[in-house]
Design a protein around this ligand. Structure first.
Ligand SMILES: *Cc1c(COP(=O)(O)O)cnc(C)c1O
Length: 461
C-alpha cells in the first residue's frame, strides 16, 4: 500500500476493518476486538511504530524471528537488489541464484555432515519435510529397507500447527481438540524439573528422564522412523531449558540404534541460545536440522530442512523407480527471502552478533536476578536470549494463578502502556530480544518486565 493510500484511510477505519475481516492466529478474538491493539505501520531498528506514531520496543523479535532489527539497511538493500531482478521463480526442476547461494551459506555454518538443503516456507513445513523424508528413507535405504512407522518425541513439544507437526507435538491446550486426526507416536518425558512427580527429587526425576528415553529407544527402535526434538530449549512449552547433556545423550542413543535425529532449530537457531545453532552447544550433528523463523533475519517466510548425504542418497535412482521425494511448496526457496537470508548471514559476522548475545544474556541474568525473590515468581528460565519468567499464586506450593485472570496477558498489556511489545505463554512472561539488540535496549526490556510483573501481581495478590 502506498503511503497516500494509507493516509486516505483513518486509523479508526483501519481498526474497524481489522475487526471486521482479520482473524488473528492464536488470539481469542472476542477479547482482541475490545483491546484496541496497536496497528503497526513501520519498524525502525528495534522499535515498532503504530498508527498513532507511538513507538514500542520489539521485546519478542516479532514472534521469535527478528534477528538484526527492522528496516536494516543491508537486508533492505539485498531485497531491493533482488527485486530489481525477479521476485520469485520455482525450484521444482529449476534453480535460482539466491537459493543456491543461501543453501551454500547455511551448509558452511551448519554442524558437520549437513550438506543437503530442502527449502520450504515455515517452521511447520520444515518439520513436515523432515518427518516425511525420515519415513521414506527407511523404506528406500540401500542397506535394507524397513517399514518404520512411528516417531519418538518429547512431552510438551511444539513443532508447528499442521497435522503432522501437531502429531509429534504435545501441548495439551493447543492440540487436544485434534487428537483423533493425529498419527500415534511414542513420547518420552520432557527432562525438566520445575515440577516433579510426587516422591521424586530434582535429581531422581532428571535421571528418570535420561533412563526413560534410553528404555523407549531400546524397546522401540525397530519401529522408529526418527526422534524429533527441540534441542536445548522447548520454546512454546514455556521456555523449558533441558539439562546439559540431554541432547548428547539422545544423539548417542540415535547413533546406537540407527534412528535419525531430527533437530527442530526453528526457534533456537540463528544465535538465540548463544551459538549459531543450539546443537553446537553440545557438539551434536543431527541427521535433520529444521530452520525457519530467524533464517531470513525475520524478514520473509523462508525455511529449510538440512540433511545428510546418507539420507539424500536413499532418494536417488531412475525416475521410474519412484524414489523421488514428492513434496514441495509453491514459494519454496523464494528469491527475495533467500536474498534476505544471505544478507542476514553476512550480518552475523559483520556485527559480531554472537558476541552481543553473550554480553546481553549476562546482562539479563543480572537484571532479572532480583525477581528470584519475588513472591509470585516461581522460576526464571534462560538460555542465551530466550527468557521465560513463570508467575504463580504461591511459590511454595507452586499453585498457579486462576487462568481466567490471564495474568501473562495482563503483563503484556501493562508493558504495552510502557511502550514495549511482549507476548506471554500462559503465565510465563516471555522475553525474546533479537540477537542483534544493543545492551541498553535489552536492559530497558528487563526493567519494564520487572515493573509490569510487580504491578500486575500486586493487583491480584
Ligand atoms: C515456531 C515454531 C515452529 C513453527 O514455525 P512456523 O513458521 O510458525 O510454522 C516449529 N517449531 C518450533 C520449535 C517453533 O518454535
Amino acid at each position: 500500500m502506498s503511503s497516500s493510500e494509507f493516509q486516505s484511510v483513518s486509523a479508526e477505519t483501519l481498526r474497524a476493518w481489522d475487526n471486521e475481516h482479520v482473524w488473528h492466529p492464536f488470539t481469542p478474538m472476542s477479547a482482541y476486538v475490545q483491546e484496541h491493539s496497536p496497528i503497526i505501520v513501520s519498524g525502525e531498528g528495534f522499535d515498532l511504530i503504530d498508527e498513532a506514531g507511538r513507538r514500542y520496543l520489539d521485546g519478542i523479535s516479532s514472534l521469535w524471528c527478528n534477528v538484526h532489527g527492522h528496516s536494516v539497511p543491508e537486508i533492505d538493500a539485498a531485497v531491493r537488489e533482488q527485486l530489481g531482478k525477479v521476485a520469485h521463480t520455482t525450484l521444482l526442476g529449476l534453480s535460482s541464484e539466491p537459493s543456491i547461494r543461501l543453501a551454500r551459506g547455511l551448509v558452511q555454518r551448519a554442524p558437520s555432515g549437513l550438506s543437503k538443503v530442502f527449502f520450504s516456507d515455515s517452521g511447520a513445513t520444515t518439520v513436515e519435510v523432515a518427518l516425511k523424508m525420515a519415513y521414506q528413507y527407511h523404506r528406500q535405504k540401500p542397506d535394507g529397507p524397513e517399514d518404520r512407522d512411528t516417531f519418538l518425541c518429547v512431552g510438551n513439544a511444539y513443532h508447528g500447527d499442521t497435522l503432522g507437526t501437531v502429531s509429534v507435538g504435545g501441548i495439551e491446550l493447543f492440540h487436544r481438540c485434534y487428537k483423533h486426526l493425529l498419527f500415534p507416536t511414542i513420547v518420552c518425558p520432557s527432562p525438566v524439573a520445575t515440577r516433579v512427580p510426587q516422591g521424586q527429587t530434582r535429581e531422581t526425576w532428571l535421571q528418570f528422564c535420561f533412563d526413560e528415553v534410553a528404555r523407549l529407544m531400546k524397546e522401540n527402535h525397530q519401529r522408529l522412523a526418527g526422534f524429533v526434538m527441540e534441542p536445548i530449549v522447548q520454546g512454546a512449552a514455556g521456555i523449558l531449558v533441558h539439562p546439559h547433556g540431554f541432547l548428547r545423550h539422545v544423539r548417542a542413543l540415535c547413533t546406537q540404534y540407527d534412528v535419525p535425529l531430527i533437530a527442530d532449530e526453528v526457534a533456537v537457531g540463528f544465535g538465540r541460545t548463544g551459538a549459531m545453532f543450539a546443537c553446537e552447544q553440545e557438539s551434536v550433528s543431527p541427521d535433520f536440522m529444521c530452520l525457519a523463523k530467524g533464517i531470513s533475519g525475520g524478514y520473509l517466510p523462508v525455511a529449510a530442512t538440512l540433511t545428510t548425504e546418507r539420507i539424500f542418497n536413499a532418494f536417488l535412482g531412475e525416475p521410474w523407480q519412484g524414489r523421488t521425494f514428492f513434496h514441495g511448496h509453491t514459494y519454496t526457496g523464494n528469491a527475495l527471502g533467500c536474498a534476505a537470508g544471505l544478507a542476514s548471514l553476512e550480518l552475523f559476522e559483520k556485527n559480531r552478533v554472537l558476541e552481543n548475545v553473550a554480553a546481553c544474556s549476562q546482562l539479563v541474568r543480572e537484571k532479572l536476578s532480583p525477581l528470584w525473590q519475588h513472591p509470585h515468581v516461581l522460576e526464571i528460565r534462560q538460555q542465551g536470549l530466550m527468557i521465560g519468567i513463570e508467575m504463580v499464586r504461591d511459590r511454595e506450593t507452586q499453585e498457579p494463578f486462576d487462568t481466567l485472570l490471564r495474568l501473562g496477558h495482563q503483563v503484556t498489556l501493562a508493558a504495552r502502556r510502557r511502550g514495549v511489545i511482549i507476548r506471554p505463554l500462559g503465565d510465563v512472561v516471555v522475553l525474546m530480544p533479537a540477537p542483534g539488540m544493543p545492551a541498553a535496549l535489552v536492559g530497558r526490556l528487563c526493567d519494564v518486565a520487572i515493573e509490569c510483573i510487580e504491578e500486575v501481581t500486586k493487583s491480584v495478590a
